[in-house]
Design a protein around this ligand. Structure first.
Ligand SMILES: Nc1ncnc2c1ncn2[C@@H]1O[C@H](COP(=O)(O)OP(=O)(O)OP(=O)(O)O)[C@@H](O)[C@H]1O
Length: 116
């Protein structure tokens, strides 16, 4: 049990460190707060909340993985290397894909509420 709590605390400190060090992570976090506040104001249905929460979770998790990739690449390749660039750009591409998906889901969920 103590081991489990320690693992959660390491994970929590990883999240805090990413929020403190990565501007993109802060942008995603602020967007999440705004989207959730809008969802509460507009009274989303259960299925709409599931879609919105899944989209936000995917973006935040992708940004955390991207941050982890950046740290490892900077550690193993402090100089310039084509593979370092490929690794960082591929991880950033993963974030972009989830962010585009999240925007599309957000449009599907919020536009009908805003137009009714
Ligand atoms: N060690 C490296 N070797 C080659 N290219 C690199 C290396 N580190 C970064 N790059 C490339 O340089 C560009 C800018 O990278 P940089 O890490 O400065 O910004 P970023 O990818 O936007 O990350 P951050 O979120 O920290 O701003 C990217 O295309 C990245 O792939």
């Amino acid at each position: 049990m103590r081991r489990l709590i320690r693992s959660f605390s390491y994970a929590g400190s990883g999240i805090v460190s990413a929020v403190m060090s990565q501007a993109n992570m802060r942008i995603h976090a602020v967007c999440s707060v705004i989207v959730n506040a809008a969802g509460l104001l507009l009274g989303l249905s259960r299925m709409e909340w599931i879609a919105i929460i899944a989209a936000q979770t995917a973006v935040l998790a992708a940004e955390l993985m991207n941050t982890a990739v950046e740290h490892v690449v900077d550690l193993v390749s402090p100089g310039q290397h084509p593979l370092a660039k490929a690794a960082k750009d591929t991880a950033a591409g993963g974030v972009l894909i989830t962010a585009i998906g999240a925007v599309i889901i957000g449009l599907f969920v919020f536009i009908p509420h805003l137009c009714s």
